[in-house]
Design a protein around this ligand. Structure first.
Ligand SMILES: Nc1ncnc2c1ncn2[C@@H]1O[C@H](COP(=O)(O)OP(=O)(O)OP(=O)(O)O)[C@@H](O)[C@H]1O
Length: 386
């Protein structure tokens, strides 16, 4: 059922609009001023908002500006009273979907709402399409290790089971997480990534759970956290081994109860999120050293997927080299370069230290520096022995 938020300080108007729209089959929520409107808007996603311009505390324009910052996708229709038409036009310039005049003409109002709903639907579809176009790359590899991973992904993706992906840097852990999401029933929803190592300890909780305005010095406005953003989809916690113990405790609670509380807030918000985590650390060792909670380890690692390093799956190297030769050629707008068998054998035997990213860099270097075709001597010259 499509949802509408009505914000108006005049009770009679709210009541009338509510009755009409409920009769039309919409689910309606009311707020009596911009401040209350922002609170409700911040905790629920509506399809359309109807907002009066002249209101006490936070007026319609202020609501529009703040709400658009919080979620630019929800169309907001301004309700303009006598003398606020100019402001209404201004509001449209500021991003409002449209405006209707008070007292509203019933047909025009319903058409405007229908159009707003259509635009909302369209932007949702565009997002889904964009996700599909920006599709994740194919997972290359026929080695036993990769075949087992692909098989596990097929089995676990459609369940909501949590998965912990382990392996060295650059082995393809993120790719595994993206495929789990892609093959799951949540693939219409978002996959939201958090790199726990890249976020300073004191900010991680606000990053994950969001914060209310003023909850700490730099919290100048309300912010939705990654758990909420990922609702209906998948949350990918990368480098989970680097998360602080206090954030671990909150993540554990979120996983146990399916609820989060924003930093500085007191309301519990339900989230429907599947978590896939990844780490290059030995988490059980981290548990022994008291850097990681055992209970969280068990919560995260229902299914364990270990991605082997490149040196442990040498059979895949020729396939990866071939794929990169193709990718690089199309990036450069050139014909795909050939590679001599001896050169390929040398790449396959090479002692790789930096996994797939290093392999790709090496292939790119060879494409740039070698002649018509990549020869053994190019590999000897341009790939440092280890
Ligand atoms: N099997 C594969 N086939 C093709 N490309 C791959 C494969 N595995 C990884 N890649 C590519 O290698 C790069 C590194 O992969 P990814 O980011 O998934 O690794 P990671 O283990 O998550 O790395 P990090 O530990 O640095 O987060 C990416 O560009 C990815 O597309």
């Amino acid at each position: 059922m499509s949802t509408i938020l009505i914000i108006d300080d005049e009770k009679a108007i709210r009541k009338t609009l509510n009755e009409i729209l409920t009769f039309e089959g919409y689910k309606v929520t009311e707020a009596s001023d911009g401040e209350e409107g922002l609170k409700v808007f911040g905790s629920t996603v509506f399809d359309v908002v109807l907002c009066d311009i002249k209101m006490p505390k936070v007026d319609g324009i202020e609501f529009l500006v703040k709400a658009t910052e919080l979620n630019p996708d929800v169309p907001i229709i301004m309700i303009s009273g006598h003398g606020t038409i100019e402001t209404a036009v201004d509001a449209v310039k500021k991003g409002a979907f449209d405006y209707i005049s008070k007292p509203p003409d019933l047909n025009r109002m319903l058409i405007t709402i229908r159009n707003a709903m259509d635009r909302n639907q369209l932007s949702k579809e565009t997002r889904t399409l964009k996700r599909k176009v920006g599709r994740i790359q194919e997972m290359i590899g026929e080695s036993e290790g990769i075949a087992r991973i692909k098989d596990t992904i097929e089995k676990v993706a459609p369940t909501d089971a949590r998965v912990l992906v382990t392996g060295e840097n650059g082995v393809g852990k993120e790719m595994v997480a993206r495929w789990i999401h892609e093959k799951s029933n949540r693939n219409g929803g978002p996959i939201v990534e958090v790199n726990c190592a890249a976020i300073p300890g004191e900010l991680i909780e606000s990053e994950l759970f969001g914060h209310e305005k003023g909850s700490f010095t730099s919290a100048i406005k309300q912010r939705i956290g990654k758990f909420e953003q990922a609702s209906g989809g998948t949350l990918f916690l990368d480098e989970v081994g680097d998360m602080s113990l206090s954030a671990q405790a909150k993540v554990l609670r979120a996983l146990q109860e399916g609820k989060i509380t924003r930093v500085g807030g007191d309301k519990e918000i339900s989230v429907d999120v599947r978590v896939v985590a990844a780490t290059n650390k030995d988490l059980l060792k981290e548990v022994e050293e008291k850097n990681f909670r055992l209970d969280l380890y068990h919560r995260l690692g229902v299914i364990l997927i270990h991605v082997p390093s490149l040196n442990e799956r040498r059979d895949d190297i020729p396939l990866l080299v071939d794929k990169f030769l193709g990718d690089i050629a199309s990036e450069y707008g050139q014909a795909k370069k050939g590679i001599d068998k001896k050169a390929m054998d040398a790449l396959q035997r090479h002692n790789w230290s930096g996994n797939i990213r290093e392999l790709r860099n090496v292939v790119e270097r060879l494409v740039i520096l070698s002649g018509k075709s990549i020869m053994l001597e190019d590999v000897n010259n341009y790939v440092l022995p280890r």
